[in-house]
Design a protein around this ligand. Structure first.
Ligand SMILES: Cc1cc2nc3c(=O)[nH]c(=O)nc-3n(C[C@H](O)[C@H](O)[C@H](O)COP(=O)(O)O)c2cc1C
Ligand code: SF4
Length: 603
C-alpha cells in the first residue's frame, strides 16, 4: 500500500506478505518480508502496545483490514508464502495478538479491524481468472474462514472487532462513497454477531465479544435502529464526525436536523490525503483546522451592510457566517430554491446525500434568519446598478458558472441538451431510447448512470481524456464505473464528438491498444502532481464511428460567469467586492464552502 510519492522517492522496494504489485504503481513490486522481519514486527507491536498502556492510552486497535500489512499477512489472497513460519495465513495475526496480550496483561482492550471478506471474487467474478492484476488475489479468505480466524483471535486476546468488506482493489467497499446506500455493512456485523452468539464466543474477561458496525451510519435513526435490532453492539463513525464533530451531542439532544451531514464525495478527506494534502471536509470548513479556526466566529468590530449574490453552498456559507458575526446581510438568489448547482446535482437517487445537505443548509438558513440579521431574497436577479443603489458596504458575488457548450456541427439541434438542465427536466428524455452523454467527468458519469438506472435508456458515454472521472477519489470513481458497466453503459475514452445529426452522433476515437481500458476499477489513476515515469505512453490511431443517439446530453464542464462581478467592479458598486466559488474558479463543494466561510469570517 506504499503511497506513490514515497515509492518514487525512496528507491527501495516496498514490502508485503509475498511478491505483490504495489497498488498505486503496479509496475513496482513489493518484496516478501523475511520471517525475521515479521517476528520483529510482532515484537515491536507488543512493545508499542506496552508503551501505549504506559502512556494511559485506553486500548490498542489493530488494522487488519482493507489490504494493509496485517491483512496481507492474514489473507491467502496476499500471503502465498510456501516456505517458513508464516505459510499458514493465520499465524502472523494470532502471534501479534498473543504478543500484545502478553505485554499489556489481561484487562487492557485489544480491538481488531477486519473485513469478513475482500469480496474480490464477488466484485469481479470471471475477471479474477482473466485479468493478470487480479489473478494473484483470487484465493481470498472466505467468510467462514474469517469467522474461524476471529474465534481464534479471541482465544489469543482480542476483545472487540469492527467488521466490513473489501480492499483497495474494490475501494468503494471499505470507503463507501455517495453512491452506496447507508448502513451498507449492517448485514455483515449481524452475521458476525450471530456466529459469536451461536458458538458462545467470549472474550478473555468472559464477556460476549462486542461487534462494531461501520460504514455510512451517520444517520442517528438508522444507527439506533441497528443497535435496537441487534445488528451490532456499537456504531463506528468516521466521516460523519469530520462533517460534524458534534454529531453525538446533537443526536443525544434530539437535535438531529442540526447535524451537518457527510455528502460522501470524499473530496476533502480521502482525496486531499491522496493528493498529499491534509484531511479536511467539504461541508465543514473547520475540519483539520481546529487549532487555527475558533469554534465560534468572532463578532465584527463594526456591523456592516453586506449583499451576497448567488445561493450556492459558497454564497450560503458566506451569508450565514457574516450574519453570525453581526453584519446585516441580504442574500439574493435568482432561482426559487437555495443550493445552486446542488439542486440539479441532488436529482439522481444515488445523490441522496446531496439532498440531505440541501435540507440541512435550508434549515441553517432559516435558523440564521431567525436569530440574526439575514434576509433571503429568492427569485431575485440583481444588477450592478441595483446593488450600487443599495449602498452596501461589501458585496460577495457567488453567481457560479455556466455549462460549456459543445463546439461541433449540430450542437444547436433541439435534441442536444445540457446535463444540468436535463436533471431538472427529465421529461425531455421521455421519448429517447439511445442517449449519448458527452463528457465523462463526475456530472457526465452521474447523468449516464441516472439515465440508464432510473430511466432505462441505452447510454453511451464519450470522454476526450484517457480516464473517466479523472481526479475524483478512487473509491467514488471506481464505484461509478463499476455501476455504469453493470447498467450496460458503453464507455468511449480518448474520443470526442465531431458532428451531430438527428438520431446520431459521429465521434473520432483513438482505438490504439495503448488506450487504457475504461472499465478498470481495480487500479487508481495517479494525481497529476505525482509524475509517474513508469506510465505507458498512449499512441494515436483515430477512427470515426457513428453512435445511434435520439438525445445528446452535454456535460462538458462549467465556465465561470464573471459578468456580474466585472460590472460591479466597473461601476464601483461597493468599496469591497469579492468573487468566490465557481465564480472565481470551477471547483467542488469543498472549495466553495471553504471560500464562503473564509470570506464571511473576514468581512
Ligand atoms: C480521510 C480518511 C482516512 C481513512 N483512513 C483509514 C485508515 O488509515 N485505515 C482504516 O482502516 N480506515 C480508514 N478510513 C476508513 C474509515 O475508518 C471508515 O472505515 C470508513 O470511512 C467508513 O466509515 P464512515 O462511513 O463512518 O466514514 C479512513 C477514512 C477517511 C475518511
Ligand atoms: S469531505 Fe465529503 S466525504 Fe469526506 S467527510 Fe466531508 S462530506 Fe464526508
Amino acid at each position: 500500500m506504499g503511497v506513490p510519492l514515497s515509492l518514487l522517492t525512496k528507491h527501495r522496494l516496498p514490502v508485503s506478505a509475498s511478491w505483490n504489485p504495489n497498488f498505486y504503481i503496479p509496475a513496482v513490486p513489493s518484496r516478501p518480508l523475511s520471517d525475521r522481519e515479521c517476528k520483529r514486527i510482532i515484537r515491536d507491536a507488543g512493545q508499542a502496545s506496552a508503551d501505549a498502556k504506559a502512556m494511559n492510552i485506553d486500548g490498542v486497535y489493530l488494522h487488519g483490514h482493507e489490504g494493509y500489512l496485517l491483512e496481507q499477512m492474514t489473507n491467502p489472497a496476499f500471503n502465498r508464502r510456501i516456505l517458513g513460519h508464516f505459510t499458514d495465513w493465520q499465524t502472523f495475526g494470532l502471534e501479534i495478538v498473543r504478543e500484545i496480550r502478553k505485554r499489556v496483561a489481561a484487562d487492557y482492550p485489544i480491538m481488531y479491524r477486519i473485513d469478513l471478506s475482500l469480496a474480490l471474487n464477488a466484485t469481479y467474478g470471471e475477471r479474477m481468472a482473466k485479468i493478470a492484476a487480479l489473478r494473484k488475489f483470487r484465493h481470498e479468505r472466505q467468510a467462514d474462514e474469517t469467522l474461524q480466524y476471529m474465534a481464534n483471535l479471541v482465544k489469543e486476546g482480542v476483545d472487540l472487532f469492527d467488521v466490513d468488506l473489501g480492499c483497495y482493489e474494490n475501494w468503494w467497499l471499505p470507503h463507501p462513497p455517495n453512491t452506496v446506500p447507508s448502513g451498507v455493512f449492517l448485514p455483515v456485523s449481524r452475521l458476525v454477531k450471530q456466529f459469536f452468539a451461536e458458538n458462545d464466543i467470549r472474550s478473555n474477561a468472559g464477556l460476549p465479544v462486542p461487534v462494531v458496525a461501520v460504514g455510512k451510519l451517520g444517520y442517528p435513526d438508522l444507527a439506533e435502529k441497528a443497535l435496537r435490532d441487534g445488528m451490532c453492539d456499537m456504531i463506528m463513525l468516521a466521516r460523519p464526525l469530520l462533517a460534524d464533530p458534534e454529531w453525538a451531542n446533537k443526536a443525544y439532544a434530539g437535535r438531529v436536523g442540526e447535524i451537518c451531514p457527510c455528502i460522501g464525495d470524499q473530496e476533502a478527506c480521502m482525496n486531499e490525503l491522496y493528493r498529499g494534502g491534509h484531511v479536511k471536509c467539504a461541508v465543514n470548513p473547520r475540519t483539520g483546522l481546529e487549532d487555527v479556526v475558533p469554534r465560534e466566529v468572532a463578532a465584527a468590530a463594526k456591523p456592516r451592510r453586506i449583499a451576497v449574490v448567488g445561493a450556492g453552498p459558497g454564497g450560503i456559507l458566506a451569508a450565514i457566517t457574516a450574519a453570525k458575526r453581526g453584519h446585516k446581510v441580504i442574500l439574493y438568489e435568482a432561482h426559487g430554491r437555495l443550493g445552486g448547482w446542488l439542486v440539479p446535482g441532488s436529482v439522481p437517487r444515488t445523490k441522496y446525500e446531496i439532498g440531505n445537505y440541501l435540507v440541512y443548509l435550508e434549515g441553517q438558513m432559516e435558523r440564521c434568519s431567525r436569530e440574526h440579521d439575514l434576509t433571503v431574497r429568492l427569485n431575485t436577479s440583481v444588477t450592478a446598478e441595483l446593488l450600487k443603489s443599495e449602498n452596501f458596504d461589501a458585496l460577495v458575488v457567488s453567481t457560479g458558472a455556466q455549462p460549456v457548450r459543445l463546439a461541433v456541427e449540430g450542437a444547436e439541434l433541439p435534441h442536444v441538451v445540457q446535463a444540468v438542465d436535463l436533471f431538472l427536466h427529465p421529461e425531455w428524455a421521455k421519448d429517447a431510447h439511445d442517449v449519448t452523454v458527452v463528457g465523462g467527468g463526475t456530472v457526465g458519469c452521474e447523468a449516464a448512470h441516472w439515465l440508464a438506472a432510473e430511466h432505462g435508456k441505452q447510454v453511451s458515454l464519450v470522454e476526450m481524456l484517457p480516464h473517466f472521472m479523472k481526479n475524483v477519489c478512487t473509491a467514488n470513481r471506481g464505484h461509478m464505473i463499476h455501476e455504469l458497466e453493470r447498467r450496460g453503459v458503453k464507455l468511449f475514452n480518448c474520443a470526442r464528438p465531431t458532428s451531430i445529426r438527428p438520431g446520431e452522433v459521429t465521434i473520432a476515437r483513438n482505438i490504439s491498444s495503448t488506450v487504457p481500458d475504461p472499465y478498470i476499477t481495480w487500479a487508481p489513476i495517479l494525481p497529476d502532481n505525482i509524475p509517474n515515469s513508469l506510465a505507458r505512453a498512449i499512441r494515436e490511431e483515430i477512427v470515426e464511428e457513428s453512435l445511434k443517439a435520439d438525445l445528446i446530453v452535454v456535460a462538458a464542464g462549467l465556465r465561470a460567469d464573471h459578468s456580474l462581478f466585472d460590472a460591479c467592479q466597473a461601476q464601483n458598486a461597493a468599496s469591497e467586492i469579492s468573487c468566490i466559488g465557481d465564480n472565481f474558479r470551477i471547483g467542488h463543494v469543498f472549495e466553495a464552502v471553504e471560500a464562503g466561510f473564509n470570506i464571511g469570517r473576514s468581512l
